[in-house]
Design a protein around this ligand. Sequence first.
Ligand SMILES: Cc1ncc(COP(=O)(O)O)c(C=O)c1O
Length: 482
Amino acid sequence: MKTKTSDSVAELGDIPPDVFRKHLHQLADWIADYREHIAERPIAPNIKPGAVLAQLDTAPPEAGTPLDQIFADIERIIVPGVAHWAHPQFMSYFGCTTTSPGILAEMITAALNVNAMTWRTSPAATELETLVLNWLREWLGLPDEFSGVVYDTASISTMHALAVAREEASTSVRTLGLSGRSELPIFRIYISDQAHSSVEKGAIALGLGEHNVRRLASDSQFRMNVASLREAVASDLRHGFKPLAVVATVGTTSTASVDPVGEIAEICAQHQMWLHIDAAYGGGLALLPEHKSVTDGWAEADSFVINPHKMLFVPFDFSALYVRDIERLRRLFTLTPEYLHLRDPAGAEINYMDYGVQLGRRFRALKAWVVWRTFGREGIAARIREHVRLAQLFASWIREDPRFELSAPVMMGVVCFRLKNADDKLADQKNSATVATINSSGNAYLTQTKLRGRIVMRLGLGNLLTTEEHVRRVWEIIRAAA
Ligand SMILES: Cc1ncc(COP(=O)(O)O)c(C=O)c1O
């Protein structure tokens, strides 16, 4: 093998170690500078679809390209073409972003590049996954009967939870499937009109049918209406459907409202329905002792999903699914090809590949372990507390300005608000146009959503680089744009 010490590509094998080291040092500085000066960048590019592609060489690379040139293209084309989620005035979605310890851990994960499919393929990856899942379970106050597994996203977590619910209610769907089985009832799943579309996607993937997910009108606070749930279940039973599951949300996508999980749990118990809690965003609030009431009813659930990449400062992606008696999930998905029969004969190990569809699995636990150890529960809670305070502060400014109104109660780091106008249609246009103007300015970034059929602006706080000063600036930008 020819190895060169210059900044060129070796003919075989990896790039030369000294070249790698040089780029690693440069990259370390680049990342540190990026974090330190991110507030000076425009948050998002004001470009049309295809604009990035138009600047790139679209022909597949036949010969190798020096890394210097590739990094120059990253600086010139790629970085200006992304939305900078880590910018402190990016307040879209849940405003969540990475952290410096998270970035360091991701670099190590990339270097190790292990596959966490079985214990043997990387014992530390598996055991660290168990450890961080146990920490998180303790922080969430979930009972010990719950065990977890890490997936990429809440959509995947919820789909797996509903798969267990389906198997429990019908048995042998794993082996026989659903089609052609007239003995099986039509299952129904209940959610509020504020629930995330991942529930419908799960139902589509599992052959349960999108139309069998019933979206029930939420109450005045955007929570699931328990009376409507009771009626829907009773009506479905009268019409021969089989109520399968309720997905209750803690921290809904638009307003971060919290469904009355305790009351929902009672209805689930009464009708032997599976209770899945989607706490993808709001679950993190449980780390704050003063918000413990948010955990009401969690202990009664069958399954629970939280995305620590939303509120708990772990870089995207990391979703934890907890299932009461997780053996039920394992029984549903365990299936071992011959080449993976490298198992401990005593069965003492956990093989996370058994707990879902995926075989190959990233070593996601490392970044959670590094971030959570760096900040500790206290540090994480303090940062979330600050985001909630900033959201309340922003809400107080909205209340004081007669041109605006709050569109939903402020529960967490999310504020929905709206420019008032006697003409609803005109108000919709103005709110939508204000968000578009702000987002194209590059100085702030918000989302718009629809509540009760009306367009509202939405601010999400979750970035630990965001300070009160940034929120104040964004408020000024909103007022100017309005
Ligand atoms: C409440 C809720 N559940 C589920 C999801 C889906 O999350 P994911 O992107 O991890 O699939 C979201 C996304 O924002 C969400 O807000």
